[in-house]
Design a protein around this ligand. Structure first.
Ligand SMILES: [Fe+2]
Ligand SMILES: [Fe+2]
Length: 145
């Protein structure tokens, strides 16, 4: 049985790999490829966020009162990431290499910081307090892949 932290961290790494493909395509101005990778990336990210927002975060908050601050910050960051993904898609549709590369750089930095906070604080908390969700988390991750 996979722990929640392990399943969710592996999902971060999978999504990171698609991000690398977007950056590669933008660098080479391969716009069709960049757009299809950006669409896959947005979809994977939405699925990951929904596991956190609908399932994990409410359960962690209910189990640990002091988790509500970190959970609120993570949810706000999800919205910032969603916004930047839209900005990135627009840059790709407009075939703007400069905007695409600068937005992807900002987005990557934000995602890395966000993921490392989840991996070091919230996921370990989930492993301790909401183990009953292990199965559902790994099912929802594997369903999409
Ligand atoms: Fe998150
Ligand atoms: Fe996450």
């Amino acid at each position: 049985m996979f722990k929640i932290s392990q399943s969710m961290t592996e999902d971060h790494r999978c999504i990171d790999q698609v991000f690398v493909e977007i950056e590669r395509a933008i660098t080479k101005s391969e716009w069709d490829d960049a757009l299809s990778n950006a669409d896959s990336f947005a979809e994977m990210m939405e699925r990951h966020f929904s596991i956190e927002e609908d399932l994990l975060f409410p359960a962690i908050e209910e189990a640990t009162v002091s988790a509500s601050g970190p959970v609120r910050v993570m949810s706000m960051e999800h919205d910032q990431i969603r916004y930047l993904i839209n900005v990135l898609r627009t840059a790709i549709i407009e075939q703007s290499r400069d905007n695409g590369l600068s937005t992807s750089e900002t987005l990557l930095m934000m995602i890395q910081q966000h993921n490392s906070k989840e991996e070091s604080v919230l996921y370990p908390m989930a492993d301790k307090t909401v183990q009953t969700l292990e199965e559902e988390v790994s099912r929802r991750i594997s369903e999409a892949s």
